[in-house]
Design a protein around this ligand. Structure first.
Ligand SMILES: Cc1cc2nc3c(=O)[nH]c(=O)nc-3n(C[C@H](O)[C@H](O)[C@H](O)COP(=O)(O)O)c2cc1C
Length: 250
């Protein structure tokens, strides 16, 4: 098992996997790590759909075009979940507050599911597995995914996580320097200097993209990210939330 430092600092997204099955005890460890994730109020507002059915993985691949969904050994889909607490509240004849009609309710579920996914990432990586978060499972055709996974009201997909034995070892991607990530005591006020540091980072990513092992591109960081944002403006997530029983009003 890798130590925590190596696990966290060497992590990269892995999208190609060997055919081998992940050992049962490794999956057990990942599941325990996920279950022990810190959650809002200890309400554990998340669930994980654990997919080992190859035909289902292939259907999800066809929907999203994300090849790693069919080649991974295991696909974990992290969902925000208020269905479980609603079921129990109903049984105990307790009134369920309209938490799913609030932005904070939505945020809580997303935070809990995301932290749970990060627990899985760290646990999996520490055991030598490779993984890749797959947001397209939420965005490309949410209704079809919800139907395939038989999600009840109160539950929606936050993100998928493909897991497997790594079949590639990509370079570490350069990340923003500490000065742009950590701001001492308050948000930075030196906008010009910040912009200059961001431009330096942009140049580093551009150079990385031009020279990295595997496929190279002529992308710069900023324009590339803006392209993703532009595409993301076409997603209809509010409608998805409504379909899943969320009526966000405040
Ligand atoms: C919430 C989330 C969603 C993501 N969705 C996808 C995806 O749909 N497809 C994909 O190939 N990578 C996806 N990624 C992986 C990112 O592209 C990757 O983390 C980023 O490029 C940084 O590279 P690294 O993980 O190797 O450091 C996602 C990552 C996160 C955190």
């Amino acid at each position: 098992m890798k130590d925590v430092r190596q696990t966290l600092l060497d992590r990269v997204s892995i999208r190609r996997y060997e055919r081998e099955t992940i050992p049962a005890e490794t999956m057990e460890f990942i599941r325990d790590a996920v279950r022990n994730t810190p959650t809002s109020y200890n309400g554990q507002q998340f669930s994980v759909i654990d997919i080992d059915d190859q035909s289902l993985k292939e259907k999800l691949y066809e929907l999203t075009g994300q090849k790693q969904l069919k080649t991974c050994n295991r696909l974990l889909i992290f969902c925000s979940d208020y269905n479980k607490i609603s079921l129990l509240a109903r049984k105990k004849r307790l009134e369920m507050p309209a938490i799913t009609d609030t932005m904070d309710g939505v945020t809580i579920g997303i935070i809990d599911a995301s932290l749970a996914m990060m627990s899985a990432v760290v646990a999996a990586e520490s055991c030598g597995l490779g993984c890749n978060c797959v947001g397209y499972l939420r965005t490309v055709d949410p209704k079809a995914v919800a139907e395939m996974l038989k999600l009840p009201k109160g539950v929606f997909v936050v993100c998928g996580l493909a897991l497997g034995i790594p079949r590639e070892h990509p370079d570490l991607k350069p990340k923003q320097p500490a000065g742009l990530v950590f701001m001492s005591n308050h948000y930075r006020q030196d906008t010009d200097e910040m912009t200059a540091e961001l431009a330096d980072y942009d140049a580093i990513v551009t150079e990385y993209n031009r020279t990295r092992s595997g496929g190279t591109t002529a992308n710069d960081w900023c324009a590339h990210i803006l392209e993703y944002y532009d595409h993301a403006t076409t997603y209809r997530i509010l409608q998805y939330l409504k379909d899943q029983g969320y009526e966000v009003k405040k």
